[in-house]
Design a protein around this ligand. Structure first.
Ligand SMILES: *Cc1c(COP(=O)(O)O)cnc(C)c1O
Length: 427
């Protein structure tokens, strides 16, 4: 029942790592208690597998929160990091460095935006911060109070003081209020409410095409098109937060390309935000803006010391190259079909499993009781890493390199976890 294999994964051996009890005690004493962590410490990874301090091997169906899309210890990325690190790590953005230019060119080409221009930063929240500041700049060029934002309930856009108000989760706002009154939230499935919320003071509408942290909840084409036409009407920017959905996870390079926003230049977003999978684990974020949006920032309007540094840019280039060379975007689409079929079979046969939602390799098994945390804990016992994205929903976001055999094995382990919880095994 417990996840074990005899062999160690490539990378540093677990031998010599302190025991979990000691790790937990030292963490509690040394780090601010912002995280609720699972009782496990990982020391090595390879592909879709992780090894803990006790030498147990797990199937990783979370990918570090949709980050390690190429799997762990990816040789192409490791080589790109090592080569660039041996040559030049940092100069600041007071100077030109070539990898960040190459990365911006690649992103522009992947988006099919000949006039697209990027800003590179260090995380998803920073990407959204950049997009929000860009939208204000764009708005204020029209009139001085065009500064407001419309976003969706249940959305997640970050935890900084600029992105937290846009994140549509009141429980996360409460401890930090006041956050200002520049954001209006509307229901994620109410196109009319969204259209009504956008007015001449709106500088941007921010959406995800599948709400990741909000529970793998797809946003409808009707809502996305309502957002697009409201933005066009009001002279506001449509910002699509692809921090989690971008770079193949939904089975298209960018999530919006598998929605009604795909199509001609009139329907596409003005700005996309990227981060999670872009560095396969290295901290990097990016926005790409097109059209008028690409003209809103001038020198001095925004900056970051580390953003677009040579090492993370080289890593991201290796990520994009590998995704492309191995056809992993198409693979994610096929694997997503496989995953959703396997999860639907679980719904038909296993206790507690009620329905499946999401798209591509970002899916949730919805439960008929708020026991997702127990299911996640039991899944860990069975050697499967997933997370409780809502009290009644378990998220599966495997790496894009996942095999059919690994998908089947993961769903089998998830079924075993459901059976444990159903049998009262959560004690
Ligand atoms: C994770 C996430 C963010 C925040 O990214 P960080 O790197 O944690 O700041 C923003 N938007 C979406 C859609 C995300 O999934």
């Amino acid at each position: 029942m417990t996840a074990t294999t005899s062999e160690h994964l490539a990378g540093p051996s677990s031998s010599g790592a302190p025991a979990l009890a000691e790790i937990r005690e030292r963490e509690a004493a040394a780090l601010l208690p912002t995280y609720r962590r699972q009782p496990v410490a990982f020391v090595a990874g390879a592909g879709a597998r992780l090894e803990d301090t006790a030498g147990r091997i797990y199937l990783d169906f979370l990918s570090g929160l949709s980050v390690t899309a190429l799997g762990h210890a990816r040789p192409e990325v490791a080589a790109a990091i090592a080569e660039q690190a041996a040559r030049l790590v940092h100069t600041s953005n007071l100077f030109y460095t070539v990898p960040q230019i190459e990365l911006a060119e690649r992103l522009r080409a992947l988006l099919g935006w000949p006039d697209g221009k990027a800003f590179l930063c260090n995380s998803g929240a920073e990407a959204n911060e950049a997009a929000l500041k860009l939208a204000r700049r764009h708005g204020k060029r029209q009139h001085t109070d065009k500064v407001n934002v419309v976003a969706l309930e249940g959305s997640f856009h970050g935890r900084t003081l600029g992105t937290l108000p846009v994140t549509g989760n009141p429980a996360k706002h409460a401890p930090f209020e006041p956050l200002g009154d520049w954001v209006t939230h509307v229901a994620h499935d109410d196109p009319d409410a969204l259209a009504a919320a956008v007015d001449e003071r709106t500088c941007a509408v921010v959406v995800e095409v599948v709400q990741g942290e909000g529970g793998c909840r797809p946003v409808s084409d009707e809502l996305l098109l309502a957002a697009r036409s409201a933005c066009t009407r009001a002279g506001a920017l449509l910002i699509v937060d692809e921090v989690q959905t971008g770079l193949g996870r939904l089975g298209s390079w960018f999530g919006w390309q598998s929605t009604a926003l795909a199509g001609d230049a009139d329907t596409q977003p003005d700005v996309v935000c990227l981060a999670k999978a872009l560095g396969n684990g290295l901290p990097i974020g990016a926005i790409v803006a097109r059209g008028q949006a690409a003209k809103a920032f001038g020198p001095g309007d925004h900056a970051t010391t580390f953003g677009g540094g040579p090492v993370v840019s080289a890593a991201a280039l290796a990520v994009l190259e590998t995704l492309e060379r191995e056809g992993l975007v198409a693979r994610a689409a096929a694997a997503g079909e496989e995953l959703s079929a396997a999860l639907k079979a679980l719904v038909a046969s296993a206790p507690l499993a009620a329905s499946v939602r999401g798209r591509g390799l970002l899916q949730a098994l919805v439960l008929d009781a708020p026991v997702a945390a127990e299911v996640v804990a039991r899944a860990l016992d069975h050697g499967l890493i997933v997370n409780d994205v809502a009290p009644d929903a378990v998220r599966l976001a495997p790496p894009l390199i996942i095999t059919d055999a690994e998908l089947d094995e993961a769903v089998r382990r998830l079924g075993a976890a459901l059976a444990d919880v159903d049998a009262g095994g959560s004690a």
